[in-house]
Every structure is written in C-alpha cells, then in structure tokens.
Design a protein. Structure first.
Length: 273
C-alpha cells in the first residue's frame, strides 16, 4: 500500500475552490535532519492528494484565497489525532516542516519531491524504523522474561503462595463457598491488573464496574484460575508471560513477555442454560 493511502484525506472544506491560481513565491526549506525531511515529505504528499480532488472542479480562485485555504487545510492535518498517528509511524514530526511541504505544493505548486520520490523515501525510513523497533522489542522481551522468572522464583518461596503445574501462582485473599466454573460457563467479576513495577494496565475496580467473560475467552492464566476458585473468592494471581500475552504483549502498557499480577474477585458463576 502506498504511503499516500496511509494518510487520511481531509474532508473538502469548500468544494468549489478547486484549482488555485499559483503564486510565484515559495518558502525555501532547510533540511536539518531526517525529521525535517520526513515531515516535509508527508506534508507534500497530503497536499498532492488533496489537489487531485480539487482539480475536478473547473473554477479558479485568486492567489490570496488559495494561500489562505491551503493554510487552513494544512493546519487541519496537524490536529492531535493525526499527529499522533504519524508519530507512531515515524517517531517524530516537525509541524513547521510539514506545513512548509504542504503549502509549497498546494499553494505554490513547487516542491523538493515528486510523489514517487516522496513515497520511496518514506518507505525506506519506515523500514529502518521498523527494524529498529523490532530489535528494541526483542531486547525488551528478553529483559521482561528474565525479570518475570526471577520474580516468580522468589515469590514462590513466600507463605501462602500456591504454584500450579503450569506455573500459575496464586494467593487466596478471600475464600468463597459457591460454585466452581467450568469451560462452558461465564463469570462476573471485578479485577485490578498491574505490571511487576505496579503500573496499572487495566482495572474494573478503578472504573467501579464489573465485567463478564466466558471462562475460555480470557488469557490462559485466568482460564485456569477460574476453574479452581469457588464463587465468592478473591485471589491474587501471578501470571507468567506464557499464560498471559506472551511475546506479543498487549496494547501500549503490556510489553512482550510481561509477567502480570491480578487481584481477581469472582462475584458470580453464570452457568450455561
């Protein structure tokens, strides 16, 4: 997929303002680093994409109006949501360089790139960034795995910690007397999940809410624990990475090979009718 297709097109603000009369002046761009080049190329490509839509209309507007329109459209592209999306792909975006690339193409019809050269350049940068992130992820996964194994080895020696054959560890905070779930059941519960350093990644307790899940619709550590703890129980689970999200991790907070800690309060076993 071309990079141009990755960039969301702005809704046309004024449909009839289609083909701008170009003005002779354009801002010179000094490329100090890769961030400048990437940002300029992105601005250029977004402007080129929009121009194709505007060129369907036969009407022309004067130069001043064209520049004003280009500025408004370029700023719309720098709204927070889109900026975060671009920074997710390219690490850092310089807004001034983006606007320069956008304005030079849209308002002045001049640029340091063609669509092909901009697309090729951004692809190469994305490939380098991808390889760097892959290497960082491998390193992080190894560190998390070692940290988790060390923690679980020490934790297993503490009073009240039970370890199952799979490696799941749990501590009974409150013992219930109700039914025990099977793989065909659903459960209603409250939970509070943290990383080893105490970072909260998900908590129905903090949301003051309950959650309902299929016993087999959650991570392996939960599925195992839910078939051991009676209804009304509250356990603290220490879940090794292979029983949680493994090497892939989950979301922005749960990294690869993360060991997870859950306080799990089993409120009700919802038996399948």
């Amino acid at each position: 997929m071309k990079v141009t297709k990755l960039l969301a097109a702005v809704t046309l603000i004024i449909a009839v303002m289609a083909s701008c009369t170009k003005v002779p002046n354009t801002g010179k761009m000094e490329f100090a680093n890769q961030t400048d080049s990437v940002s300029y190329a992105l601005g250029y490509l977004q402007a080129a994409n929009l121009k194709q839509q505007f060129e369907r209309w036969p009407l022309e507007v004067d130069s001043a109006t064209c520049v004003k329109l280009a500025g408004a459209l370029g700023k719309a592209e720098m709204k927070k949501a889109n900026l975060e999306h671009l920074e997710g792909m390219f690490n850092e975006i310089d807004e001034a360089a983006f606007m320069k690339g956008f304005m030079n193409e849209f308002a002045y019809n001049k640029s340091y790139f063609t669509e092909m050269s901009a697309d090729m350049y951004l692809r190469k940068v994305m490939e380098v960034i991808r390889k760097e992130k892959d290497a960082e992820r491998v390193e992080k996964a190894a560190a998390n795995l070692a940290e988790g194994q060390k923690f679980l080895e020490e934790n297993a020696k503490k009073d009240g910690i039970m370890t199952t054959e799979s490696g799941l560890q749990y501590e009974v905070l409150k013992e219930g007397k109700g039914a025990i779930a099977t793989t065909s059941d659903r459960v209603k519960c409250q939970y509070h999940g943290t990383l080893l350093d105490g970072t909260v990644f998900d908590s129905s307790v903090e949301r003051k809410d309950t959650a309902q899940f299929a016993v087999t619709g959650v991570i392996k550590g939960w599925t195992e624990a839910l078939q051991l703890m009676p209804e009304g129980s509250k356990w603290r689970l220490y879940i090794p990475a292979e029983l949680a999200y493994g090497e892939r991790g989950s979301g922005a907070k749960i990294g690869p090979n993360s060991t997870l800690i859950f306080d799990l309060d089993l409120i009700e076993v919802v038996k399948k009718k």
